[in-house]
Structure formats: structure tokens, C-alpha cells
Write a protein that binds this ligand. Structure first.
Ligand SMILES: [Zn+2]
Length: 290
């Protein structure tokens, strides 16, 4: 189980803090999806970022999509919010991934797209050119330019060469028109934030880590504590819809060539098997409405 804390700080409560310890999740899903440590470091940071970003929204889902050109990881995608938390590397150059050992080398130039979807279905999309391979820096830039919210983003995923030791993150945001004293408090705490992943590796408890990291410069009040898990929203029904979307000609081709379809979910590694009878039923359904 992963842990989440929401807190407020500052004399007027103008400083919002969201933090998560996601070691269990990042570790488990990286192993399941077969990612080497350097890849799970990059993957983990983006998964943590998307979760924390969704926690800064009032409602709905958020998705984070990386598209890189000429980099070991070419495409990765993350969705968080409304009970869903999932992420996957959609496209990668396997040879390059094995060559590079540093997480910072995994991404290159390209685009970062953030989609937010409210519960009523309203979608807002923001795309920006990547300036660096530093995910925390890119997310802070997103908040600055797309939402005009100055933010400090810390994403820490550490490994010792054998196993992951820590995986977590903090986002600290200043609400509009903060008090001068609150800006000063925040500035005083900034140099200490680089200790985050070390503290997280040494401590079991996220609240203890936050106290060690932020206090006494920035004392905070906890508003919400929550435990959560990875949750992929794939289902047989959704994949049936996707198959129907191919049209009856394409389904007939699959029938003739393979006599079955095994569909794999990139996000949780589930495999959905569609037999010849299943495919025929879908074809019949399409033919009926023709
Ligand atoms: Zn899935």
C-alpha cells in the first residue's frame, strides 16, 4: 500500500502540500511490467507526479503523456484520479534502455501533454515542449505556465543497484497572493528538499519524513491521510468495444489468420483471450447493425 498526505502550511494557510510514499506500488508494478531499475526510476517519477497532480485537482482524472524523439523511452503514459492509478511505457528502444544506466538519460526532447478530465466530461489539454529530462522540473514548469501556480516539485526514486530503496514525491504550491512571511518560509525550506529520497529510504513513516524535511522552517497541519494502491481500469468489456471499433472486415481477417485474439494491457500486464467463438459473436453483432 502507498501512503498519501495532504497538508496546509504558512501563517495564513496559503501553502498547499501533497506528498506520497509510493515505494510498494512502483516496486511491484515495475517488476510486473519487467522494467529494469533505471527505467523504473524514470517511470516511477512520472507515476508519482501524475498521482500528486491528480490530488491537486478538485475532481476527475488527469493523464500525463510523454512523447520523446530519439530517446530510450519514446512514449509513456500515466492516468490518475477517480479511483484509477496506472502508467506504462508504451514505446521504447530496448537496446538503448539496456545501454543507459542513468535515469536522466532515459528521456529526450519532445512533448509533455497533460489532460485533465472533469467528472462532467470537460477536458482540458496542455502541451509543452520538454526542456529537460528532469520530470520534476517539467511538472513545475507546467504548473507555472498552464495554471499560473508557482510550485516546488520533488520526485525521488532511489535504488542501490539491486532494489528500489525509495519512491515518493512532494508538491508544494503557493496559493495566489501569499503573505511575505510565507514566501520566506518556503524559501528557507528549499535547500533541504534534496534530502527527500534519502529520508524516505531511512524512514517508514511519511509524516516523520515530512517533519524532518520541512520543520522547523515550515510547520504544517495535516488535512488528509490516505492509503492507496495501483489500479488499472482495463476490462474485457472495454476491449470488446475496441475490437468492435476495428470493424467486421478487420475482425474477419483476424479470424481467418489467427482464429483468436489475445489482447494485452500495457498498464497491468493482464491478458484477455478472445476465442474464435468470441470473435464470431462480435462479427455477428456488427453484421446485425449494418
Ligand atoms: Zn490493465
Amino acid at each position: 500500500m502507498a501512503k498519501f498526505i495532504r497538508a496546509l502550511a504558512g501563517e495564513r494557510g496559503d501553502i498547499r502540500i501533497v506528498a506520497a510514499d509510493m515505494l510498494d506500488i512502483v516496486d511491484e508494478i515495475s517488476i510486473k511490467l519487467g522494467y529494469p531499475l533505471n527505467v523504473s526510476q524514470t517511470y516511477g517519477r512520472a507515476l508519482i507526479a501524475s498521482f500528486l497532480m491528480s490530488k491537486l485537482q478538485k475532481e476527475g482524472k488527469l493523464s500525463l503523456n510523454y512523447n520523446c524523439i530519439d530517446a530510450p523511452i519514446e512514449q509513456m503514459s500515466f492516468v490518475a484520479g477517480s479511483g484509477v492509478l496506472k502508467g506504462a511505457i508504451i514505446k521504447a528502444d530496448d537496446m538503448q534502455i539496456l545501454e543507459y544506466t542513468n535515469a536522466e538519460d532515459m528521456l529526450g526532447v519532445g512533448t509533455l501533454t497533460v489532460n485533465t478530465e472533469a467528472d462532467n466530461g470537460a477536458v482540458f489539454t496542455s502541451s509543452s515542449e520538454l526542456q529537460s529530462a528532469d520530470i520534476a522540473r517539467e511538472i513545475a514548469a507546467y504548473f507555472q505556465y498552464s495554471e499560473q501556480k508557482p510550485s516546488v516539485v520533488v520526485l525521488g526514486v532511489r535504488h542501490d543497484g539491486r532494489v528500489l530503496e525509495a519512491a515518493g514525491g512532494i508538491i508544494i504550491q503557493l496559493l495566489p497572493n501569499p503573505a511575505e512571511s510565507e514566501i520566506e518560509q518556503l524559501e528557507r525550506v528549499l535547500p533541504k528538499l534534496s534530502d527527500f529520497s534519502r529520508l524516505l529510504a531511512e524512514n517508514e513513516d511519511l509524516e516523520t519524513v515530512l517533519k524532518a524535511l520541512l520543520e522547523p522552517e515550515l510547520s504544517f497541519d495535516i488535512m488528509e491521510k490516505e492509503e492507496f494502491d495501483y489500479h488499472c481500469d482495463c476490462s474485457r468489456q472495454k476491449l470488446e468495444k475496441a475490437l468492435l471499433g476495428l470493424g467486421s472486415d478487420e475482425l474477419k481477417n483476424i479470424m481467418e489468420e489467427d482464429k483468436k485474439a489475445d489482447l494485452h494491457c500495457n498498464f497491468c500486464n493482464s491478458i484477455y483471450h478472445f476465442s474464435a467463438e468470441d470473435l464470431q459473436a462480435l462479427i455477428d453483432e456488427l453484421e446485425r447493425v449494418k
